[in-house]
Design a protein around this ligand. Structure first.
Ligand code: HEC
Ligand code: HEC
Ligand code: HEC
Length: 427
């Protein structure tokens, strides 16, 4: 009998492996995030739908395209073949404007083409400066832009026509422009213009030096919050004694982890959204300043200690498999996955526009939350996830969604054994 049970369990295990990750046993999770970070979409009086996001972020609803939600079972944008429409003449001048348009793409984010106004071009895709010399048929180029997956199934290049980001006519103009790009190319006067010769960016200085990183001062200031009684009269310091540095030493090294009491994987940020109100009566909403600041304070108590997230228990392995599936899942209008930009096989260590793409295998996580000099604020990792994918035409999930927590666990697993150094500082 015992043997039979074991056999059944083994077979059940095989079945889930063969069918991909198991999403069935996860709790439903109501969000405890600030309104800008909940992924809400609201209906306007005129019936249009508008996404609620941070000020300055697009309010466009991308509900037409799939997201990271585990219960969003829609497939990625189907691969599509297309021929240039008959009777449409391409206009190379219009094509160039489309190629450079920041509204539209821009194609220059990944491809170099001639012109002093092409700035900053990226190197994720091949240099197209002389593609006209290859005498490729118009129909071939049209298909590459419409949907390159027909030739390159794992490409990082979005299916611009299949997603309806570009119209057939616009793609005809793009093809006409590319056919005008012919060598020999004049010598490049500016090595920085060309992403293949551009200097690689250097660091941002000592991230733990308070005169260099404003987030260090903010985090230290969060000690006031740690000591301040919440509405129920209790402060963090009442139950966690000995000062935050001692009480929280080594804690952050184990997060994200499965927290049995809540039946889900949580980062420190996720945990505080429920632990804060339960124990002190104070809401610590995901992506609120209080939540991010306390997280920085808690993480600093583990600085220099190696990351040690659980990757071996059965629960952790199941969560990692789901996180990995999300990392490779293509979503949104651009049909991008995280892997497109952050793995060395694809975009990592290349320039996307002016930005050198970080490599997941070298680590993306140990310096979060991170001060962003370009934003003048400390960001936790979830806000970074939301920021990475929203402009690529995807609706975001709530900051404290289980999907993001398991994705974060997968990213963090690459950092096991490497020292924590938070808060970080980045552009
Ligand atoms: C996120 C990066 C990215 C963006 C944005 C991008 N491409 Fe590409 N593109 C690539 C990559 C990578 C390849 C090489 C194909 C491969 O190996 O996946 C490529 C290949 C190409 C090719 C050459 C195909 C061949 O057979 O040699 C053309 C033409 C092209 N892209 C045009 C465009 C145009 C036009 C746009 C804007 C509408 C654009 N690309 C935007 C990444 C990108
Ligand atoms: C009433 C007592 C109490 C208060 C107040 C309290 N905690 Fe806790 N905290 C606990 C207990 C007990 C645990 C361990 C059990 C659990 O996970 O709930 C814990 C666990 C934690 C953990 C996870 C530790 C680990 O090893 O995984 C963190 C982080 C934490 N608390 C932070 C805080 C912060 C920040 C505050 C203030 C907002 C706070 N706590 C307030 C009792 C308290
Ligand atoms: C089209 C490209 C693109 C995609 C797709 C993308 N990112 Fe990014 N990501 C960037 C850029 C650009 C940066 C800033 C430069 C850098 O640090 O890589 C960045 C930075 C990050 C960072 C911070 C790295 C650091 O060292 O500070 C994290 C974490 C991150 N991305 C996670 C993700 C995750 C998770 C996904 C999928 C949900 C994703 N990204 C999808 C372009 C992308």
């Amino acid at each position: 009998m015992r043997r039979l049970v074991v056999l059944v369990l083994i077979l059940a295990g095989c079945a889930t492996v063969a069918d991909g990750p198991d999403y069935s046993a996860l709790p439903r999770w109501p969000s405890h995030a600030i309104p800008q970070a909940r992924g809400d979409v609201r209906a306007l009086p005129d019936g249009r739908r508008q996404a609620v996001r941070y000020e300055g972020w697009t309010t466009q609803d991308f509900g037409r395209f799939r997201t990271y939600a585990y219960d969003d079972t829609r497939p990625e944008i189907p691969v599509s073949r297309a021929l240039p429409p008959a009777g449409l003449a391409g206009d190379a001048r219009k094509g160039r404007a489309l190629f450079l348009s920041r509204e539209k793409a821009p194609c220059t984010g990944c491809h170099l083409v001639p012109g002093a106004d092409v700035w900053p071009a990226g190197s994720v895709g091949p240099d197209l400066s002389a593609i006209g010399d290859r005498r490729l048929p118009d129909a071939y180029l049209y298909q590459q832009i419409w949907d390159p997956r027909v030739t390159f199934p794992n490409t990082t290049m979005p299916p611009w026509g299949a997603s309806r980001a570009f119209t057939a006519e616009e793609i005809v103009h793009l093809v006409a422009y590319l056919q005008t790009l012919k060598g020999p190319l004049p010598p490049e006067p500016d090595a920085e213009r060309n992403p293949f010769t551009r200097r690689r960016p250097t660091g941002f200085g000592d991230n733990l030096d308070p005169t260099n990183n404003p987030a260090v001062v903010i985090a230290e200031d969060a000690e006031k919050l740690w000591n301040a009684p919440g509405p129920n009269g209790r402060a963090c310091a009442n139950c966690h004694d000995g000062g935050v540095t001692r009480a929280m030493r080594g804690v952050a090294a184990h997060y994200p982890k499965l927290v049995a009491a809540y039946g889900r994987v949580m980062s420190i940020e996720d945990f505080l959204t429920v632990h804060g109100p339960e124990r002190t009566g104070r809401p610590l909403l995901a992506e609120s300043a209080e939540n991010v600041d306390l997280t920085m304070l808690i993480k600093m108590a583990s600085n220099g200690m190696p990351v040690q997230v659980d990757v071996t228990s059965a629960e952790a392995r199941a969560a990692l498999a789901r996180g990995k599936a999300s990392f490779y899942r293509r979503i949104g209008e651009r049909n991008h996955s995280c892997a497109d930009c952050h793995t060395p096989e694809r975009g990592a260590n290349k320039f996307l526009g002016g930005r050198m793409l970080a490599d997941v295998t070298e680590g993306l996580t140990r310096h979060f939350p991170t001060w962003r000099t370009s934003q003048g604020a400390a960001w936790d990792m979830r806000r970074r996830f939301q920021w990475c994918m929203t402009p690529l035409g995807a609706n975001m999930l709530a900051a404290d969604a289980i999907e993001y927590a398991e994705l974060e666990l997968y990213l963090t697993s690459f950092d096991n054994g490497k020292p924590i150094s938070a808060p970080g500082i980045r552009h």
